[in-house]
Structure formats: structure tokens, C-alpha cells
Design a protein around this ligand. Structure first.
Ligand code: NAD
Ligand SMILES: CCCCC[C@H](O)CC\C=C/C=C/C=C/[C@@H](O)[C@@H](O)CCCC(=O)O
Length: 422
């Protein structure tokens, strides 16, 4: 529960920010909504007042690309709510033609908001600590060719978040900083990006984006909000770029099953056998659909430094999650890799951290898996041990920059993300 906590969400009049606001309110927090779109913001506030009570939200008009407006509104929020515990830099646009505006909202706006929040939250200034969550994008981890500037800003947000999260830990600010990297969500931003006045010289490349949309089918804003909530609530998570995406694999498997159903006539001579096989296959399809519709979200490790939010299917393999740490065999390999890394720690005097790349390397045997700076944490409470997650499917991930020698990171003690997908 987040009762008694105060959250600020920028870009909250619609889309993802609105979904984040809802989930925060559902979990008991008070929310200051901030957006440049006053009309939509006020309208939403009226709805939220009816739904959650009139003292839970307040809308503020501000443009995150303006230092003055952002700072003024920040002070107003503090005057009303007294303190801020959760700060989400979510406002964003996709305008390749007016690229400077895109940079000043998507990247400079995030820096602006983060520094305002950090100054207020950090222990050294008398703050209570807290969490900052920056909405980046999957395009912050891999390119979106029709949107180079948008891509650059999101890479910037991921880089800024990663670096600052380690700085915050090293300087003992008591503030966690994480990034959220969703793939496509059907919002006004996506609609606007279809227009030539936004895509500019890259307009003809929109078909590439459409292909990507097939590869990463739209996710519901509510699903992204559930991943957002995990970053808010889990006090051990710092410096993570949390990927939230759908992959088309389930559909692929369903298509395969349907093709099999259609082909059964060729395989069986007896009509009764055909009917029986079809019934069995239809039951299997219904069971799969049931699980897809009812399963909650889970987190699986996708690649170094990222977690993939997927559905908690018992048929995890079908979710398309490229889960590398899930199987018992993989876990043994983790342990083996942990041993090797412990030896290296001994040699280099670095304690309590094991390079995730070693684990990936052990699991996949792929040398390419080493090309990253991500680490997996396995500190004991006192920072001296090399404890592996005891539950089979637990993984502890962060995407920190170079290890800080001989420091037991206070904010990075064992998180417990369950790796789904077995
Ligand atoms: N929709 C997607 O597919 C997707 C995927 C990944 C990440 N994102 C990111 O999620 C965030 C939210 O996007 P969305 O899809 O919900 O878009 P959206 O257009 O639905 O909402 C964005 C909100 O930000 C507000 N905003 C824009 N410029 C602002 C400014 N200068 N100051 C204050 N508020 C401003 C808008 O008024 C709007 O209410 C963005 O950072 C976006 O890059 C979106
Ligand atoms: C189209 C307008 C802007 C909206 C963009 C949104 O932020 C959504 C971006 C969604 C998907 C982007 C995908 C980019 C993917 C690839 O380049 C791929 O390499 C990324 C792979 C990352 C990973 O390995 O997980």
C-alpha cells in the first residue's frame, strides 16, 4: 500500500501518465498531476475526484521544458502536500521535425524533473528519500529508425537514469532511480507520430515502425502501470531499465495449432479420430486463451540489465520471453558463474557483485553476452556474502555502471523478482 505517500506524475492528463495516476490512487497514494494540457488535466481531475475522493489528486498546469514553470509548480505541490515520495518523469512527445522541442521535453525535461525531485528527496537535504521513475521506451535500448531524435532522447533517459542511480547509491542519497522501457502502447503519441508534420524527412520509413509494431504488439497502458508499480514498491530496485513488451510468439503458436487442426483430416482416416483430435486441440487452445486472459504480470529477465514484464503463464515458454535464468539447469549455471565471479571478486577486491554477463556467458556460451556493463547483485545484508537466490526462480538484477569497489550498496540489497516463464 502507498497510503500516506505523495506522488507526482508529469504528462498525466492522458495515456501512460493517466494509467500511472490510476494505479497510484488505487494503491492509496495522493497524486499531483502535472501536464501542459490544462483542459484534459482538469477534466481528468473531475473524474478522479468522483472515483477516489476530492482530496486525493490535484492537477497543475506546467510545461516540463520550462525551468520556471516546472520549478514554480514543484513548489506549489510541496506547499499543498508537504513532501514528495514518488516522482515520475513521464511527459514526452515524438516530433522529429521540431527536434529541439523533443529533446527539451523528453530529455532535458527528465533531467529537470529529476534534479528538482532529488534535491527535495535526498537525505543530505533533510529529505525522506523516495523513488524517481523515468519513462523511457524500448526505443531507449534499440533504435526506432523512423525516429532518430526520439530514440536519442530515450537512450539519454536510460543512460542518465543508470548513471544517476549509481551516483545516488554511492552518495547515499536514499533515492532510487529507475527507468521504464515499454514498447508500443496505443496512445495519442502514437497517433500523432503517423502525421508527416511530426515524422518529417523520415515519413516514408513509417512502414518500418509498422513492422516493429507487428513484432511488438501493442501493450495495454494498464499493464505498463503494473510494471511501474513494481518499480515504485520494491525498495530494493535501483538502476533498472524495466522492459515491458508483448511479443508475437503466442500468436505464432496459436497459428501453428490452428494449422495442425486443419491438417488433421490429412493425418487421420477415421472420422471419429479426426473429431477427437480436433476436440482435444480446441480444449488446449481454450486453456491457453484462459491463461493468457487470467494470468497476472510477472517479470522475467530478458537481457543484461533489463527485466521483461510478461504474463505469468505456466506455459511461459510461449510468452516469447527470452528468459535466460529460468530453468533449474540455468540456475546451476548461475551458481557456477557465481563461483567464478566470486574468485574474481577475491582477486580484484570487489565484493558482493557478480557480473550478469558471466551468468549469461555460462548459460548461453555466447561471448557476445559479455559486451555489457550490467551486474547482478547478490549481497548479503552485511555486504560480505555471496548468496545466491534461494528460491529457484528468483533473480536479482540491476544495471549499474562499473562496480563500486568494497561498498555494500544500501539500496541494492536483495530484490526478489520472480522470473516467470517456466
Ligand atoms: N505510447 C507509446 O507507445 C510509448 C511507448 C514507450 C514510451 N512512451 C513514453 O511514455 C510517455 C507518455 O507517452 P504517452 O504514450 O502516454 O503519450 P500521450 O501523448 O498520450 O501523453 C503524453 C502527455 O504528456 C503531456 N506533455 C507533452 N508535452 C509536455 C510538456 N512539455 N510538459 C508537460 N506535459 C507534456 C501531453 O499533454 C500528454 O498529456 C512518453 O515519455 C513517451 O515517450 C510511450
Ligand atoms: C512511433 C512513435 C514513437 C513511439 C515510440 C514508443 O516509445 C514505442 C517504442 C516501441 C518500440 C521500439 C522498439 C525498438 C526496438 C528495436 O530497435 C529493438 O532492437 C529493441 C530491442 C531492445 C531489446 O533488446 O529489448
Amino acid at each position: 500500500m502507498l497510503k500516506g505517500k505523495v506522488a507526482v506524475v508529469s504528462g498525466s492528463a492522458q495515456g501512460l501518465g493517466k494509467a500511472f495516476t490510476h494505479i497510484l490512487l488505487e494503491n492509496g497514494a495522493q497524486v499531483a498531476m502535472l501536464d501542459v494540457n490544462e483542459e484534459m488535466g482538469q477534466e481528468l481531475q473531475v473524474q478522479l475526484n468522483q472515483q477516489y475522493g476530492s482530496d486525493r489528486t490535484q492537477f497543475y498546469k506546467a510545461d516540463v521544458s520550462s525551468d520556471q514553470q516546472f520549478t514554480d509548480v514543484f513548489q506549489k505541490i510541496l506547499s499543498k502536500f508537504g513532501c514528495i515520495d514518488i516522482f515520475c518523469n513521464n511527459a514526452g512527445i515524438a516530433d522529429e521535425k521540431n527536434w529541439e522541442k523533443t529533446v527539451s521535453i523528453n530529455l532535458s525535461g527528465v533531467v529537470r524533473g529529476t534534479y528538482l525531485a532529488l534535491d527535495h528527496m535526498k537525505k543530505q537535504n533533510g529529505g525522506n528519500g523516495g523513488v524517481i521513475i523515468n519513462t523511457a521506451s524500448l526505443a531507449g535500448l534499440g533504435p526506432l529508425p523512423s525516429a532518430p531524435i526520439y530514440t536519442a532522447t530515450k537512450y539519454g533517459v536510460v543512460g542518465f537514469t543508470r548513471a544517476l542511480s549509481v551516483a545516488s547509491q554511492a552518495l547515499d542519497y536514499g533515492v532510487r532511480i529507475n527507468a521504464l522501457c515499454p514498447s508500443f502502447v496505443r496512445t495519442a503519441l502514437i497517433d500523432s507520430f503517423k502525421q508527416e508534420d511530426k515524422t518529417g524527412q523520415f515519413h516514408s520509413l513509417f512502414s518500418i515502425t509498422e513492422n516493429m509494431m507487428e513484432k511488438f504488439p501493442f501493450i495495454e497502458a494498464e499493464k505498463v502501470a503494473e510494471a511501474f508499480l513494481l518499480l515504485v514498491k520494491d525498495e530494493s530496485v535501483n538502476g533498472v531499465a524495466l522492459v515491458v513488451k508483448n511479443e508475437a510468439t503466442i500468436i505464432f503458436i496459436l497459428v501453428l495449432i490452428i494449422i495442425t487442426v486443419l491438417r488433421t483430416r490429412l493425418l487421420y482416416r477415421s472420422r471419429r479420430a479426426v473429431t477427437r483430435t480436433r476436440i482435444i486441440i480446441i480444449i488446449i487452445i481454450i486453456i491457453i486463451i484462459f491463461f493468457i486472459l487470467t494470468a497476472g504480470p510477472g517479470l522475467a529477465q530478458d537481457k543484461p540489465g533489463t527485466l521483461i514484464c510478461t504474463r505469468a503463464l505456466p506455459l511461459g515458454a510461449v510468452t516469447g520471453s527470452r528468459c535466460v535464468l529460468g530453468s533449474a539447469r540455468a540456475q546451476q549455471q548461475q551458481k557456477a558463474a557465481g563461483g567464478a565471479a566470486a574468485q574474481r571478486e577475491h582477486e580484484h577486491g570487489v565484493r558482493g557483485e557478480t557480473h550478469l554477463t558471466d551468468i549469461l556467458h555460462a548459460h548461453t556460451g555466447a561471448p557476445g553476452a559479455r559486451d555489457t556493463d550490467s551486474v547482478i547483485q547478490h549481497t548479503d545484508g552485511d555486504g560480505t556474502g555471496s548468496r545466491w537466490p534461494s528460491t529457484e526462480l528468483e533473480a536479482e538484477v540491476t544495471s549499474a555502471a562499473p562496480c563500486l569497489p568494497n561498498q555494500a550498496p544500501p539500496l541494492l540489497t536483495p530484490p526478489t523478482f520472480t522470473v516467470i516463464g517456466q
